[in-house]
Design a protein around this ligand. Structure first.
Ligand code: NAD
Length: 483
């Protein structure tokens, strides 16, 4: 499962850059951008093709690097959620970019006819991308594809928690792009701090809400616009009319992808009070079917490191000490290794428990009973606005009502997580779960400056009627315009 094979042909880890080196790098990229402010669409497509080819060529290296960083990351999950997900984004962009980038004619103000108004999408310049450890390839390459589609240059800082993968990303980018177009800097929070204080033209940060605030503060110093892709507690509600078997399949399948270390994983599930025990039984059945064994099963991903595993065990201890019932879905009663945590349901939870306050980000799922849909909606709306909300119901009009009455970054009806894979849906949070969005057209727009342009016609009434000295003609005109 875990491999120690070398995943990079660099002989040494790259040194952390100093603030001065980072600044020099940003200035060099900005100078390059000024010299060539807008690569043609053909050049952008070529860059995207190069990125695509590099992802495909290194897919097995990514599998190995992630397996090593996680001390056990499912190969299939890496190929699906890192490689295929990146390619899906790139392919959609390759297909659609020629349309997105067209100059858009807009109606000109009626008193300005026959002048013209139009919108042009201009590359913003040098984009900073800070990415987390949970899907380090996809969360670096998907924003990169958007930046390249907009004709930008990009500086990427991947996470220090996945050193082999971050180093491989740096190597792949160095092989693929000139260093003044795309460059990767590696390092920890200190480097991240310096990175977010750079005079970039836009900064996309993916990570925790806590660090998102720090990043936004640092970016504000240079008025760098930010897109913050943050986390939170994404609720899942099952209406009693929906098949509990199917809901359990879909919820547990999504929850246990990457062992729950997914920003949009269902964080807790609201189940009708009459169905709580059935849900627990169904979840047990689903886990047994998906994972006949847990500890030595390559399909079940480990927790990224001992600190995060201890954090998750801490949630369970805290909940148990406050009266929760802990249901470990470890049907073979295997002894789990230090960074392996069995899927676990928790009932009898209260707001005083850490796991109901913090984003769980692991294979633990609190099951919260409700009596009416109204009450479930209120439960969600009493809490910070989440990154995603999932609602299972056989009645489409009730689902519509839930969508209208709740505010979340994204949502799925009768499914979890799949909205992230819809290439043309904007992906992002709201309030504490983030601001701004990317993927598909939204990514192109996020990294483009949307410039409104007015083109005057040869004959223009303002030339003779609206200039001082103002007189009767202007009086009559204004009387008409302000009637
Ligand atoms: P994190 O916030 O700890 O770190 C993210 C990145 O920020 C890393 O590269 C890290 O080095 C850097 N960083 C840390 N401190 C910094 C600082 N002071 N200034 C600047 N940069 C700094 O997050 P994480 O633990 O890597 O990732 C988990 C979190 O990310 C979860 O909350 C999860 O929900 C969220 N997430 C969100 C999305 C999304 O698309 N919305 C996707 C994946 C993960």
């Amino acid at each position: 499962m875990t491999t120690s094979a070398s995943v990079t042909n660099r002989s040494t880890q790259s040194q952390d850059p100093t603030r001065a080196e980072l600044l020099a790098r940003v200035e060099r990229m900005k100078a390059a951008q000024r010299a060539r402010p807008a690569p043609s669409i053909a050049e952008r497509l070529e860059d995207l093709q190069k990125l695509r080819a590099a992802v495909v060529a290194h897919k097995d290296d990514f599998v190995r690097a992630l397996d090593s960083d996680f001390s056990g990351r499912s190969r299939h999950e890496t190929l699906l959620a890192e490689v295929f997900a990146s390619l899906g984004d790139i392919d959609h962009t390759l297909e659609q970019l020629p349309t997105w980038s067209l100059v858009e004619k807009r109606p000109v103000g009626k008193y300005f006819v026959p002048a013209q108004a139009e919108v042009r999408y201009q590359p913003k310049g040098v984009i900073g991308i800070i990415s987390p450890w949970n899907y380090p390839v996809f969360l670096a390459f998907s924003p990169l594809a958007a930046a390249l589609s907009a004709g930008c240059r990009a500086l990427i800082k991947p996470s220090e928690l996945t050193p082999a993968t971050s180093e491989l990303i740096a190597q792949v980018i160095a092989e693929t792009f000139p260093s003044d177009r795309v460059f990767v800097v590696t390092g920890d929070a200190k480097v991240g701090e310096a990175f977010s204080s750079m005079p970039l033209d836009h900064l996309l940060f993916t990570g925790s809400t806590r660090v998102g605030k720090i990043v936004m503060r640092a970016a504000a110093e240079n008025l760098v616009p930010v897109t913050l892709e943050l986390g939170g507690k994404s609720p899942t509600i099952i209406h009693e009319s929906f098949s509990i078997e199917l809901a359990a399949e879909r919820i547990m399948g999504s929850k246990l992808l990457n062992a729950g270390q997914t920003c949009i994983a269902p964080d807790y599930v609201l189940v009708h009070e009459t169905q709580r025990e059935r849900f627990i039984a169904e979840a047990q059945r689903v886990v047994r079917k998906m994972f006949p064994s847990l500890e030595a099963n390559g399909d079940y991903t480990s927790i990224i490191n001992g600190r995060h595993a201890a954090r998750l065990r801490g949630y369970l201890d805290d909940a148990a000490s406050k009266g929760a019932r802990i249901i470990e879905l470890n049907h073979r009663r295997e002894t789990m290794g230090p960074t392996r945590i069995a899927p676990t349901l928790v009932t009898n939870v209260t707001d005083e428990m850490d796991l109901m306050q913090e984003e769980i980000f692991g294979p633990i799922l609190p099951v919260v009973p409700y009596s009416t849909v109204e009450q479930a909606i209120e439960y969600v709306n009493d809490r910070p606005r989440p990154l995603a909300l999932y609602y299972f119901d056989s009645d489409a009009s009730r689902a519509e009502m839930v969508l209208e009455r709740t505010v979340s970054g994204g949502a799925c009806i009768n499914e979890c997580v799949a909205h992230v894979a819809q290439n043309d849906l904007p992906f992002g949070g709201v309030g504490p779960s983030g601001m701004g969005a990317y993927h598909g057209r939204s990514g192109f727009e996020t990294f483009s400056h949307c410039k409104g342009v007015f083109k005057q016609s040869r004959i223009n009434s303002a030339d003779f009627a609206m200039r001082p000295p103002y007189g009767m003609k202007m009086d009559m005109l204004l009387k008409f315009l302000t009637r």
